[in-house]
Design a binder for this molecule. Structure first.
Ligand code: OFO
Length: 169
């Protein structure tokens, strides 16, 4: 039985996963509007990933018989200053998500709730990969320093990303 405090926090996290999906949909819309179709594709896949993160948590809460609530998803930003800005905002967002997941893990550990702690470690590990990937893209964008051909090449690389359901394994 998950403690009431942890249940409420997990429901908040469920909301944050779907909020994240929506944030990435907004970022995809911005990139598409600016003609960065590869980056638009990349963020659209990020959106799909976040939906699967939400579904994994939703399923866990159902399995644990938690009374699920689905709080509102807030409006998100669709305007950014540049390709660099949108990826920097994405990294900042993921760093906040990592902090949330670490705090949740601390709570599960305090409760000696091994099942929930175990589930949360999947998310914590996923965050390491996500932050590293976005940091790598930011480094490349900084490297080309606004050069049109460089940005075109990066955008082309981003177009090759395909959706893989990481929650399936
Ligand atoms: Fe990248 O945030 Fe989900 O967990």
């Amino acid at each position: 039985m998950i403690s009431k405090e942890l249940q409420d926090s997990l429901i908040q996290q469920l909301n944050k996963e779907y909020q994240s999906a929506y944030i990435y949909l907004g970022m995809s819309a911005y990139c598409s509007k600016e003609g960065f179709n590869g980056a638009a594709n990349w963020f659209l896949i990020q959106y799909q990933e976040e939906v699967t993160h939400g579904m994994k948590l939703f399923k866990y809460l159902e399995d644990q018989n938690v009374d699920i609530k689905l709080p509102l998803i807030q409006e998100v930003e669709v305007r950014f200053n540049s390709l660099l800005d949108v990826f920097q905002k994405s990294l900042e967002h993921e760093q906040t998500m990592t902090k949330n997941l670490n705090d949740l893990s601390d709570l599960a550990m305090k409760d000696k709730d091994h099942a929930t702690y175990n589930l949360l470690q999947w998310y914590v590990t996923e965050q390491v990969e996500e932050e590293a990937t976005v940091s790598g893209i930011i480094d490349h964008i900084k490297l080309v320093d606004g050069n049109g051909y460089g940005l075109y090449t990066i955008d082309k690389e981003l177009s090759s990303r395909v959706f893989v359901d990481s929650t399936a394994n």
